[in-house]
Design a protein around this ligand. Structure first.
Ligand SMILES: C[S@@+](CC[C@H](N)C(=O)[O-])C[C@H]1O[C@@H](n2cnc3c(N)ncnc32)[C@H](O)[C@@H]1O
Length: 274
């Protein structure tokens, strides 16, 4: 099959997903989307993308499987610990000056990032005044996020990350460990609302003090990235903070990027200053 036909079939598959289920993946970064579509085809056992498209159109469960494969849900507690170290050192002192805090984790995957905030805010004495919103496109990821159970094999990395973030407590204070899994303590879950939200097609909610959108924009094509960045800007109060992933940076290259100033550029923390 020539590349061109493959590109057409991928486009048709994404059109079908959009028309049938309303999820708009058409403007995601093309090269990585192609890799994931082809991996999904290989694992489906079907010979051609046209067959996969047919099945996805007629079988919702098959669509859900495909969505899982097309979105990347890798996450960790205190992933990129240096960024949380900078957040703790530089952003937290400013957050202390507010009587209440609204924090949004956009693209929270299976919840580790929201629980990271909950642990960090608890350590800094701010959790009781915080309301966290944690959203994702994937219903399956959200289901796991609400369960807050992770394999015990991830614990050494979580502990190492936590220490490197400037922790003031032991991670053991915040989790319960069983032989093959760990779970996040109930006290850390109470101020977090997990719900479905699509950054591409849903409206945003406003007045956030902090928006974490880490390792999500990287999957979008240039125009979609700018559109979503605009939504993130709309959701922040002036002076609010946007925290991105290590591979994501704002350089002032677009009108929306210009409304953000680097606050801790190495940690990818930006301040919304329209
Ligand atoms: C690699 S994970 C990032 C998880 C977490 N933020 C982190 O950095 O550890 C990317 C997440 O973005 C979500 N995502 C992709 N497109 C999205 C969209 N249009 N709206 C909301 N979430 C989306 C995926 O479902 C996935 O859970």
């Amino acid at each position: 099959m020539s590349d061109d036909v493959e590109s057409i079939e991928i486009r048709l598959l994404l059109e079908a997903v959009h028309a049938r289920y309303g999820y708009d993946l058409r403007d995601y970064a093309a090269a990585s989307m192609r890799r994931r579509v082809l991996a999904a085809l290989a694992s489906s056992g079907l010979p051609h993308l046209a067959e996969l498209q047919h099945r996805v159109l007629h079988d919702r469960e098959c669509f859900s499987d495909l969505l899982e494969r097309l979105t990347v849900r890798v996450s960790e507690l205190f992933r990129d610990p240096a960024s949380f170290h900078a957040f703790r050192a530089r952003v937290v002192p400013l957050l202390r000056t507010y009587p209440f805090l609204k924090i949004w984790h956009a693209g929270c995957a299976t919840g580790q990032e929201a629980y990271t905030s909950a642990i960090l805010l608890t350590e800094e004495g701010l959790y009781e005044r915080a309301q966290l919103y944690a959203t994702d496109l994937s219903q399956r990821a959200l289901r796991d996020a609400k369960e807050a159970v992770y394999p015990a094999t991830a614990l050494p990395v979580f502990e190492q990350n936590h220490r490197a973030s400037g922790a003031t407590t032991d991670l053991a204070d915040h989790i319960t460990a069983a032989y093959d899994h760990i779970s996040i303590r109930e006290s850390l879950r109470k101020n977090i609302l997990f719900f479905h939200h699509d950054l591409v097609s849903d409206h945003v909610f406003g007045e956030m003090h902090v928006v974490f959108c880490k390792n999500v924009l990287i999957y979008f094509g240039r125009e979609l990235r700018e559109r979503v960045l605009q939504k993130l800007a709309q959701s922040l109060r002036p002076g609010g903070f946007l925290c991105l992933g290590t591979a994501e940076r704002l350089t002032g290259a677009t009108a929306t990027e210009k409304t953000f100033t680097p606050f801790s550029a190495e940690a990818r923390i930006y301040r919304y200053e329209p």
